[in-house]
Design a protein around this ligand. Structure first.
Ligand code: LMR
Length: 345
């Protein structure tokens, strides 16, 4: 009996030993949304790529759904070194830079492609280093998608929103956006949104399709208006000091994995936005209503003064550059080879 116990002890130690064989580097990647969203999938892709490249040496722990930190605490946690990688919404950086507020300006971008063009422009890329003096390094922008208004009444014109309470992210621009239509914005952490909508703490919200579907917001809202009035995208970031302290080979490998995982997440965002919309419609819980061009113009007129309100903090040059990204570049002309000019063989 004693021998059997001793053997079981040795076995148990062995199993624990394997489970606890900590990698040399453990990277915590925390976020607040579901695994199946673009951000969730990008984080999983990063883990796969890194662990394949550095087996046993680097381990990436992904924490979705605010499991490790909610969006109220995650930035502090990053700066304290309690988490290494985050991908907060661009609406959540105003404590560290005012420039990123450009992404919250209502009706600035016509669509997600325009957002992408701006992010890939020289001015857009500069924003990735805009928080370096605060110890934050940006690896890249990651899409989720354009936001839709929702409420328990159909929101067609700005007058429909008057007096309603809307959940917003912690952004002064978004606060001003709802105040512009006479609504009452409330800053609420993402993890508490479902409850706030369900209990009637707020009447409405603004979210991209992936977040609406994966967090079941359409089950606690009667109407969703296809407003596409703003964007919800992310910046993938790390603590600069931590990053600087990594060995060169790990840094190079992580950089590559980051680039690849962001490209993957962006592809997911662009291809699956429609699928999430279709799933919301198929669920038949909230009625999805279009916003006509004439209605959109009414919202735009009422909300656009917000741009001017934040111009001093953001910079007019940045707002202009973002607006210019709505213009699609002319397609490159294919050099058509004239038979006469064909090279002689
Ligand atoms: C929100 O708070 O609505 C978003 O930032 C959540 C997210 O990360 O997509």
């Amino acid at each position: 009996m004693k021998l059997r116990n001793a053997m079981m002890f040795v076995l148990a130690m062995g199993v624990c030993g394997v489970a606890n064989a900590a990698a040399e580097y453990v990277i915590k990647y925390s976020h607040v949304v579901a695994d199946s969203t673009p951000k969730g999938q990008a984080a999983i892709k990063f883990k796969e790529l890194v662990e394949k490249r550095f087996p046993g040496r680097v381990e990436v722990e992904v924490f979705p759904n605010s499991q490790l930190f909610g969006d109220g605490k995650e930035m502090e946690a990053l700066l304290l070194g309690d988490v290494q990688i985050l991908a907060p919404s661009l609406s959540k950086f105003s404590k560290y830079t005012k420039k990123l507020q450009v992404f919250d300006l209502p009706f600035l971008f016509d669509d997600i492609d325009a957002v992408g063009r701006f992010q890939n422009s020289a001015k857009g890329k500069e924003l990735l280093t805009s928080m370096q003096d605060k110890g934050i390094i940006g690896f890249g922008f990651l899409h989720n998608g354009m936001k839709e208004f929702s409420a328990n009444v159909p929101l067609r014109t700005p007058a429909d929103a008057k007096g309603l309470k809307f959940r917003i992210q912690a952004s002064d621009v978004l606060e001003a956006q709802f105040k512009a239509v006479g609504a009452n914005p409330q800053k609420i952490a993402f993890a508490e949104v479902y409850q706030a909508l369900q209990s009637g703490v707020v009447d409405g919200a603004e979210n991209p399709w992936a977040n609406i579907y994966t967090k079941k917001f359409h089950e606690v809202q009667k109407f969703i208006t296809e407003s596409n009035h703003g964007v919800l995208d992310y910046m993938v970031i790390a603590n600069q000091k931590w990053w600087a302290g990594l060995p060169a080979d790990i840094k190079a490998g992580l950089s590559e994995a980051m680039t690849e995982s962001i490209a993957y997440g962006n592809k997911v965002a662009l291809t699956e936005d429609d699928d999430f919309r279709a799933k919301v419609i198929a669920d038949n819980k909230a009625k999805v209503i279009p916003m006509t061009a004439a209605e959109k113009q009414q919202w735009r007129v009422v909300m656009k003064p917000v741009w001017r309100q934040f111009e001093g903090e953001i910079g007019k040059d940045l707002i202009d550059a973002a607006e210019q990204a709505n213009t699609k570049p002319a397609p490159e002309k294919k050099a058509t080879e004239h038979p006469k000019h064909k090279a002689k063989k």
